[in-house]
Design a binder for this molecule. Sequence first.
Ligand code: SAM
Length: 235
Amino acid sequence: MVLLPKSKYLDFLSQFGVGGAHPGGINLTKEIFRSENISNTSHLLDVGCGTGQTAAYLASSYGTNVTGIDINSIMVAKAKKRMKKNNLPVKIIHGSIEQTLLPDHKFDFIISESVLSFVNKPKALKEIFRLLKDGGRFIAIEFTIKRPLEAKIEQEIKQFYGFDSFSMKKDWITLFKHAGFKNIRIQKNKSISSVPEYHYSKEIEPELYELMEKHYDMNLKYEDVLDYRVYSCTK
Ligand SMILES: C[S@@+](CC[C@H](N)C(=O)[O-])C[C@H]1O[C@@H](n2cnc3c(N)ncnc32)[C@H](O)[C@@H]1O
């Protein structure tokens, strides 16, 4: 068996402290939540919250009760620092969305922004479903491939980003339905963009600079296959 090197993409994102590391960035997030019914009594979970840009935005703009969870300890430290600096009562948890210690039916809204490709999707969606209140909403901005990929290309992208799997639109719908979600809606890629934020670590592994360049090359090389969609569904 050939052992492939572990992807360092999430190390790059965390050490560079990239905020808004999802297609459309914070501007797409803002646009999506404009049409959701959030109030200051809502409870919201940001899955794979990264440096906490979205969690902080939702807490400060809507006065809502926000929790963020992320598996990467550097991301968690940067998100906690952001909340402290801005005096925001956002709870940041270090852990995996595949299995959490959070109670059933806790949240009115759960959001995942470019997270589910990195995880075991059925496991994570089962957990997200468990955590949502009845009638709660799940919103996901996630990579969606336009067509099945050639094995070699699939391997190259998976290995570089550390993705667990790729899904086309129809695969996402099947995954949501299997988890129990209903009223599944899909919005097309809206060509909204934002400039990402950076919160650099004091020391950054030199190879991560090369990785950043490779990431931009990969984006260009595979822009015709690596698309995204905004999914929303109800428990
Ligand atoms: C592409 S980044 C997106 C971060 C953030 N949502 C944003 O838009 O800026 C993916 C994030 O998912 C987190 N992640 C990956 N696997 C996870 C898991 N099993 N549970 C929770 N977070 C995870 C990574 O650590 C990383 O912060």
